[in-house]
Design a binder for this molecule. Structure first.
Ligand code: MLC
Ligand code: AMP
Length: 497
């Protein structure tokens, strides 16, 4: 059987009363409850008439119920589609129109304003999560055993969207096999065991908090201390009870910045893992000085889950993301796809059981991103050193990573350019101590028009998630362009850094 739920379940502890999640209010969820509740949701979803392959879209704040629903989808072989809670109506409408889910579960606020969503087709079943609501998804739960639906490991388990250089989000179909193989590779690479307690502060609508973190926990039957979001003070209070932490680099820069971080609060910790964005060498060093821990940096992306990791045993080299995980092939190629030698910078390509099969309804895009020998072109540039460690030195895709969240400049530029007062704009990422990169808009106004930074930010906030909205707006007379007429963003970055 290739169903990922069964893969996960093999790792559950023998004693199903063992804690799976401990919430910050002290309440606990056991593995037994995880089994029972996911079965009840799976029964309920099946009774709604959903068939394997139907999508269940979920835009909910972080909660253990979302994990139940994720596992219910796996059990019933439905496609789980998590959505960032920061997305505004326009962004949400696009995703729902594209994914065409049979079920959409959202917060009450969205439910009350469903009429604001521009939906091409109505969604058969729309729910909230709160049990007190008449329309709560909890009302569909049905007691009793659930027979797990058999499926091939190639069946899609989850649909996650990532924007693209054209500005339109594309759905990435991850299979049961993709997620399961990567979870096994990570559990082994990072030495997860039943004794581990993971500090889980990440959102669960991305690969990092959902598949990377939960996969390691399920497969080792370990426990999590579960927080709604990341807060450095709260993390420092909880760390003495934990053995592992996963986070984006911003979590670590915020921990380092806190005067309360010291060796005593990490005395039980065996591992700190960072990923989703580059970890600065300075953070690596400062963190070591304060804690005696070398942060383990790893590299991944939504299309591939995790590709490379620094070792658990052996040297963790700052500025590198380590070596490919088990069964994953990585190569560095030039513009003509010739494989390069160690130390030579080129495009990073990857092949393995972790790599997605295709984009949702975008066969041409899928074809473009894979080579004839089935390597996926990551859009990242880097080199491998003599010891086999990969360093990422840049990207061919125009993308900003702010606090571990990707922002595609094209999407923000298109919106800014749609304002009557604006002639043109360029959106760039500038180095930022806290967020890694901060979104910055450089704008040329039409003659005789006036618009301030606040006006731009106010208008954008209505249409796009807050993390995409520029933290700074700079008005200029013109944008630098090369002979082909392309805006030279490198010049803008150098000038405004
Ligand atoms: C929130 N805000 C951000 C932001 N997050 N702005 C820029 N970048 C971000 N990442 C804005 C909000 O819009 C809001 O603005 C204000 O900051 C306060 O919101 P908040 O939610 O209270 O912010 P904060 O708690 O400080 O959140 C920052 C953060 C969070 C870094 C803790 O963004 C986070 O947890 N990021 C992790 C993302 C993640 O999981 N990435 C993994 C992707 S998977 P306003 O103006 O409205 O007040 C992947 C694959 C892989 O990449 O390899 O792992
Ligand atoms: P996403 O599509 O949101 O999963 O983002 C994936 C991208 O994040 C990758 O293609 C890289 O550009 C970047 N990324 C992830 N981890 C790292 C890392 N450790 N160092 C540098 N970039 C990273």
């Amino acid at each position: 059987m290739g169903n990922l739920y069964l893969t996960y379940r093999e790792g559950f502890p023998k004693d199903l009363d063992s804690t799976f999640i401990e919430n910050t209010d002290g309440s606990k969820i056991s593995y037994g409850e995880l089994e029972e509740e996911s079965a009840k949701y799976a029964n309920g979803l099946s009774e709604l008439g959903l068939q394997p392959g139907d999508r269940v879209s979920v835009q909910l704040n972080k909660s253990h119920e979302v994990v139940f629903i994720y596992l219910a989808c796996l059990r019933a072989n439905l496609i789980f589609h998590p959505i960032n809670t920061a997305y505004k109506e326009n962004e949400l409408s696009f995703l729902l129109n594209d994914a065409k889910p049979s079920v959409f579960i959202c917060e009450k606020e969205i439910y009350k304003n469903l009429s604001l969503l521009d939906l091409e087709e109505s969604i058969s079943h729309i729910f909230t999560l709160n049990p007190a609501d008449h329309e709560s998804i909890q009302s569909i739960k049905k007691e009793g055993d659930h027979e797990i639906v058999d499926c091939s490991p190639d069946h899609t388990a989850a649909l996650l969207y990532s924007s693209g250089t054209t500005g339109q989000p594309k759905g990435i179909m991850l299979t049961h096999g993709n997620i399961g193989s990567n979870a096994h590779a990570l559990k082994d690479a990072w030495g997860f065991s039943n004794d581990d307690i993971l500090l889980h502060s990440l959102p669960i609508y991305h690969v990092h908090g959902l598949f990377v973190a939960l996969g390691c926990v399920f497969l080792s039957g370990s426990k999590m201390l579960w927080t709604k979001s990341f807060d450095a003070g709260q993390a420092i209070e909880l760390l003495p009870r934990c053995t592992v932490m996963m986070g984006v680099p911003t979590y670590y820069t915020r921990l380092v910045a806190s005067k309360d971080l010291d060796k005593s609060c990490v005395s039980n910790m065996r591992l700190f893992i960072s990923g989703s964005a580059p970890l600065l060498e300075d953070t690596f060093i400062q963190f070591y000085k304060k804690t005696n821990h070398h942060i383990l940096e790893r590299y991944g992306m939504t299309e591939t889950n995790i590709i490379c990791s620094n070792p658990l045993e052996g040297e963790r080299k700052p500025g590198t993301v380590g070596m490919p995980l088990k069964d994953i092939n990585l190569r560095i190629v030039d513009d003509s796809f010739n494989t390069l030698e160690n130390e030579e910078i080129g495009h990073i390509q990857v092949r393995g059981p972790n790599v997605f099969n295709s984009y949702w309804n975008l066969p041409e895009k899928t074809k473009q991103d894979f080579t004839s020998d089935n390597y996926f072109n990551t859009g990242d540039k880097g080199f491998v050193d003599k010891d086999g460690y990969l360093s990422i030195v840049g990207r061919t895709k125009d993308m900003i990573i702010s606090g571990g969240l990707n922002v595609y400049p094209k999407e923000v530029e298109s919106l800014i350019d749609s304002f009557d007062e604006v002639e043109e704009s360029a959106v760039i990422g500038l180095a930022d101590k806290d967020l890694g990169e901060s979104v910055t808009a450089i704008i040329v106004l039409n003659a005789n028009f006036h618009l301030g930074e606040d006006d731009i930010i106010f208008r954008l906030k209505k249409d796009i998630a807050g993390f995409k909205v520029p933290k700074k707006v700079i008005f200029v007379d013109d944008l630098p362009r090369n002979a082909m007429g392309k805006v030279q963003k490198n010049i803008l970055r150098d000038k405004y850094q």
